[in-house]
Design a protein around this ligand. Structure first.
Ligand SMILES: C[S@@+](CC[C@H](N)C(=O)[O-])C[C@H]1O[C@@H](n2cnc3c(N)ncnc32)[C@H](O)[C@@H]1O
Length: 317
């Protein structure tokens, strides 16, 4: 193994997580090229209602969202945290162009592949909009952008990615984000709402096994990039949902006592031992209001889909 990999943050985070009790892995590492591809498939699968619900919101209500921001900021840059394929954001950007409110879009994503894709795909579709993709972590990229452009901002954080944090982590994240924005900037955040528990559980346990493969892909990724020797067929995807706390958690369960080697480090798994992979936190409206208040944002509006499954909230700094 070369020195770059030995010192890579990926390797360090993985060894820290797998040496902890209970074991965990960080969801930001799901998104290599294969993970991106699986996530695109998950978004299209019948059980994963989240993308369809948010797509409906942005397809039908982007004009109102942009008009709300334009009321106080006639011109603003759009920054997206974790843009993915930006297919839903396209509605917002088209409306911002139509209303002549924005000419600059900065999609930030940890996946270099997705950012390259957006830099290539968007300019012909969004004529008049400058596309400046940034591959990297949310906050360092946002700091660079803020240093470059003094224009007012609309920051968008879609897809219920905020749900990949525990509520207290989400609060810390939103506070840190507020510290990087200017007074009067806007934030549009997508939250998945609490609903029938079975509907939620099914979204993370689709019949085709895409979410299972998405989780197991991280084991394959560690084999490919860190020289580990996981046998992914000896782990099982296990999602659970607690309708009281609203937390949907995914685990990989070791089906037998086994050892996995990373170069000179050996990680032992007991039979039935879980690795905590990801949280997808669900909220109700009161909890979202409370989060805005605690994190220091002023709620401006809330945009729901017609089945009330999902909400994009617009807050002002
Ligand atoms: C749940 S997906 C949502 C994608 C898109 N916003 C949507 O709604 O379809 C999360 C996205 O955030 C990116 N991401 C995850 N952690 C990140 C981090 N720490 N910094 C930057 N991007 C991150 C992933 O690569 C992925 O594209």
């Amino acid at each position: 193994m070369n020195d770059i990999l030995v010192d890579s943050p990926f390797r360090q985070d993985v060894l820290k997580g797998l040496s902890s009790n209970p074991k965990y892995l960080l969801p930001k590492y799901f998104y290599d090229a294969k993970g991106d591809q699986l996530f695109q498939q998950i978004m299209g699968c019948p059980e994963y209602y989240l993308t369809r619900a948010e797509e409906e919101i942005l397809r039908t209500q982007s004009r109102q969202i942009i008009q709300s921001c334009a009321g106080t900021n006639p011109m603003f840059d759009v920054i997206e945290l974790g843009a993915g394929d930006a297919s839903k954001t396209l509605y917002l950007l088209q409306e911002a162009l139509r209303l002549r409110c924005s000419r600059q879009y900065y999609p930030i994503d940890i996946s270099t592949g997705m950012v390259d894709y957006l830099d290539r795909m968007l300019p012909p579709i969004l004529k008049g909009m400058q596309i400046s993709g940034r591959a990297g972590e949310y906050f360092p990229m946002l700091e660079h952008i803020q240093a470059e452009s003094p224009t007012a901002k609309l920051v968008v954080f879609l897809g219920a990615t905020i749900g990949n944090m525990l509520p207290e982590e989400a609060l810390g994240f939103l506070e840190q984000l507020r510290g990087l924005l200017q007074e009067g900037d806007y934030l549009l955040v997508g939250f998945d709402l609490k609903k029938n528990p079975q509907v939620i559980l099914d979204a993370y346990n689709d019949k085709e096994g895409l979410t299972r493969d998405f989780n197991l892909n991280l084991l394959h990724r560690m084999n490919r990039e860190l020289g580990a020797d996981f046998k992914p067929n000896q782990f099982e995807h296990f999602p659970v949902y607690d309708p009281i706390t609203g937390s949907c958690k995914s685990y990989l369960i070791s089906l037998l006592a086994q050892q996995v080697t990373f170069d000179d480090t050996v990680i032992a798994f007991e039979r039935d031992e879980p690795i905590y992979m990801e949280i997808s936190q669900k909220y109700n409206e009161a909890e979202i209001q409370e989060l805005a208040a605690k994190a220091g944002y002023e709620p401006v509006d809330a945009f729901f889909d017609s089945c009330h499954q999902f909400v994009d909230v617009l807050w002002r700094v």
